[in-house]
Design a protein around this ligand. Structure first.
Ligand code: TXA
Ligand code: MG
Length: 328
């Protein structure tokens, strides 16, 4: 049986109180939520996603009042960033309290927490007396969902309800910043808030983005966010291979696009764009939806153009780099 899609918050509350799974909308991507204090419910998130237990989850809360139940210390600069960006796409890794079950944190002493900026989910969270543990609502390794239907397509038969909140407008997961070394905050994942936005408020931060895409060690490849369609870099493509192919340009105004469109008659390619209006926010919010569309169109290979390497473009390129790495 496939999960119902709807906008019923009381029903969602009921399911979550009883240890069930509800897909929730956020401004970044849809999350697959369960009661973060209920170990069995959290375990069923891992099962539904086929996610390895060593990958910890983010706890979502509706307002900062619940924070001190979950974390034992909020350093001054973390507090300043929370005031600036919450609710919003910034997740904080902080020392956990004993209330947080090990299954949420994969046994670590730290926990990841954020307040998402989506009214439906804020209304839901503010009626709960527990946090929602929620990874992105996709099967492990696949592209994250940015519409209720994306969740239905892939996890519909494994969850209880899909709370529909429309399209996710940021489209990239939250940025994750760790304050485990209080004096040296460190960005662990690029996402909806840029490093520059963070540094404008608290000064220099470190960056330690997990990446292992050394092709000589295929077992270690950091494949994630990956469509079934093979993604290839337009920059390194052989012109002959582009005949009758699909080219995914950053925007109609991007350098490669302008250059290639002149040859459209000769190469006869189909052009797609991450952003029609050449803005990084639109490119970010379209990214995962476009990658899914490649699969639903049945394309086996697509040549893409990188985003400009600045601002949100850095997070977009991080996702593209991972999406290029093929599953075994
Ligand atoms: O935007 C988002 O963050 C979305 C929405 C649903 O909130 N969630 C999301 O969750 O992207 P997920 O599970 O797909 O990614 C969470 C990342 C994982 O890479 C995990 O390793 C990291 O957060 N993480 C969670 N807890 C952590 C911790 N204690 N220390 C370091 N990294 C942690
Ligand atoms: Mg994910």
């Amino acid at each position: 049986m496939s999960a119902e899609i709807g906008t019923d918050i009381p029903k969602s509350i009921d399911i979550l109180r009883n240890g069930g799974l509800v897909a929730i909308p956020t401004e970044t991507v849809y999350g697959l939520a369960a009661n973060g204090f209920n170990e069995i419910a959290v375990a069923s998130i891992f099962a539904a996603k086929n996610r390895p237990f060593f990958d910890p989850l983010i706890l979502h809360i509706g307002n900062p009042n619940m924070l001190n139940q979950l974390v034992s210390n909020v350093p001054q600069n973390a507090k300043i960033l929370m005031d600036a960006f919450w609710p919003g796409p910034l997740t904080f890794v902080l020392p956990k309290t004993s209330n947080v079950p090990d299954i949420v944190t994969a046994g670590q002493e730290s926990v990841a927490v954020r307040i998402p900026n989506h009214q439906t989910t804020l209304d839901l969270l503010n009626q709960l007396d527990f946090p929602l543990a929620a990874p992105s609502a996709n099967p492990f390794g696949y592209v994250s969902p940015t519409k209720a239907n994306h969740v239905l397509d892939q996890l519909g038969n494994r969850i209880d309800y899909i709370l529909d909140g429309g399209n996710c407008n940021v489209g990239l997961e939250s940025t994750i910043i760790s304050f485990m070394d209080e004096a040296n905050p460190c960005i662990l994942r690029l996402g909806g808030i840029t490093k520059a936005e963070i540094e404008a408020i608290i000064g220099n931060v470190n960056e330690n983005i997990h990446q292992n895409s050394n092709p000589s060690a295929p077992g270690q490849l950091d494949q994630h966010y990956s469509p079934f369609c093979k993604l290839k870099e337009l920059e390194n493509a052989n012109i002959e291979n582009l005949q009758n192919s699909t080219l995914l340009f950053y925007s109609p105004e991007s350098k490669n696009c302008v250059q290639f469109i002149n040859q459209k008659e000769i190469l006869n390619f189909q052009a797609l764009y991450f952003t029609e209006n050449n803005t990084e926010t639109q490119a970010a919010s379209n990214l995962f939806s476009i990658l899914r569309d490649l699969d639903s169109k049945g394309l086996s290979e697509v040549y893409f153009e990188w985003a400009p390497n600045e601002g949100l473009g850095l997070a977009i390129n991080d996702r593209l780099k991972r999406a290029m790495v093929k599953r075994d």
